[in-house]
Design a protein around this ligand. Sequence first.
Ligand SMILES: [Zn+2]
Length: 466
Amino acid sequence: MFDPEDLDADLSVTGHVVTSQREFPRGEVRVRDGRVLAVRGTPSDAPAAERVDAGGAYVLPGVVDPHVHCLSHAGEGIEAATRSAAAGGVTTLLEMPFDEAGPVWSVDAFRDKRAAVLREAHVDVGMYATVEPGGQGIAEIPKLAAEGAACFKLSTFQTDPRRFPRTPDGEMLDAFAEIARTGLRVCVHAENDEIVQRNLARLRASGASGPLQHGLSRPPVAETAAVAAVLEFARASGVHLHFCHVSTPHAVDLVQWHRRTGTSVTTEVCPHYLTLTEQDMVRGGARLKYNPPLRTPAETDGLWHRLRSGALDMVASDHAPWPLALKQRDHVLDNASGGPGVETLLPLVAGAALHERRMTPRELVRCLSTRAAHAFGLGDRKGDLRPGLDGDLVILDPDAEWTVDGSRLRSHAGWSPFDGMRIRGRVRCTVSRGEVIWDGDSVRSAAGRGRFLAPAPFPAPPEEDG
Ligand SMILES: [Zn+2]
């Protein structure tokens, strides 16, 4: 009888295959015409044009990073950020709308950036849009959805009046109602503006300038108060909500209460909140300045518990490729917030999750690939290894150790918040739609091979058993 799994494959990868549901210690993934043809529990001798044997290393779905800023600093750009993604096993990323050149809140700006993605990207890219506050922004929402926006991002905090403005509460509620009509998700940067601004003014007046002042300006309540308010807006409007870069376990618990009572909401955490604490700022200084800030070891542990249980859905890099010059100013508050991270996301999180935090490989796959793909309408193509999905996969050697040196990563930032950190877990190979784009030494893809990804209507997420 004809079995489609026996068709000639373009690529066969054997190794310890992990999907969101299954694990095959000696399995095989077969790819044909850019898509997964078969996932087998044992290797076959069916024909394949190219074979890769990963030995005992993991063969995982390509990582879906839902939070990347390719253009918050123009010195990076889509080419360098997506090259860095390829080397880090990230085969899909969602690009943020707050660019140095201005926010992506008009159809023209969206089309310009989409054209740049098609010219420059090494991996596949979905795009966020944002909503201009105080003007005609809400009227643009259906037009941007029709252009293929994956999500809209808004902020309760005024990071920058031009590049990254705050949306006031009343307008945010109206925007949520309009986004709900599109069926898309809205993502919120949740920090209470009044609390933080008052603390910042007090700290400036005090003359204190050391790195720990940053965390004092943004205590946990600045995050949780904003999360609580935004959850109520989502509940009232019926929009699908997502919180980016959650830094406190209590924020996740508030989300869980809302989920149990019917609010549609997902959350992401970032590698820096999982592997660094505020005490690391004593040594690392403003390089480790993030919004929200690094927290205590107890909060880090609480985030890991919630990630393992699935209360926290996914991990995102929040790749913000500032040059070091913007991270070394004397007064901590004068420095840019964030840092590069798309290339270290998978090895850093996998190393800690598998070796220290006792997560299973399947749990890792769900929080690094599957749930993000589903939350942003890409689950019909991305986020898992299953026949018919795109042939995106990554070989991760879970035991290979290396030391992070940001000057050797592919981002133009030239440094890493994790510089000097010893990591157990190395990306040996990245495959995007059947093409080897990273071979463990160099990026083999050409800029412009990446595709723009528009979201599909949300299917029900898969059952997660075991
Ligand atoms: Zn961000």
